[in-house]
Design a protein around this ligand. Structure first.
Ligand code: SME
Length: 160
């Protein structure tokens, strides 16, 4: 059993540091990328409040392909450079979007999504996946969230 009870008194940076330790413990000794991505998506979903989608897209060729996630069924293939995820994959830069309707080319997989955070997973100098978080709240994500999810992306880079 894995205890998923983040201490609500922790600051966001402390909470994400704790989450990153949990992520590292979850994947330790396991090389199967699907199993590890599935567990990391579940860890994020149960630890980060205010989400309606949390999961992975994998970089395969010149497009992103849907990976393990929690939320409503989502679009399966996203070309590099298209949408929030494709922009993160093409640029290698974190995309912190306060209002998805203001992001040119945003792909609406769940009509409830209002804000989005996409963090590239970079391994051996290339983007091998992205972690995508959606929220029904406008402006849900800040720099603490992007720095925190980057810690989880660093864990994912070790097995992807
Ligand atoms: N909104 C994303 C597509 C993926 S879903 O949010 C799960 C985008 O614009 O790339």
């Amino acid at each position: 059993m894995f205890d998923l009870a983040p201490d609500p008194s922790l600051s966001k940076p402390m909470l994400y540091a704790s989450l990153a330790r949990s992520a590292a413990a979850l994947v330790e000794g396991e090389r199967d990328p699907i199993a590890n991505m599935a567990n990391l998506a579940a860890l994020i979903w149960h630890s980060v409040p205010g989400l309606n989608w949390a999961g992975f897209y994998r970089a395969i060729g010149d497009e992103l392909v849907l990976g393990p996630f929690i939320g409503k069924p989502a679009c399966i293939r996203i070309p590099f450079g298209i949408g929030v995820c494709g922009t993160a994959a093409a640029s290698g830069a974190i995309q912190l979007v306060a209002d998805v309707e203001a992001f040119p080319g945003h792909i609406a997989c769940d009509a409830e999504s209002r804000s989005e955070l996409v963090v590239p997973v970079i391994s051996s100098g290339r983007v091998c996946a992205v972690i995508d978080l959606d929220s029904p709240e406008l402006g849900r994500f800040d720099e603490d969230d992007s720095a925190g999810i980057a810690l989880i992306a660093a864990v994912a880079a070790q097995f992807l």
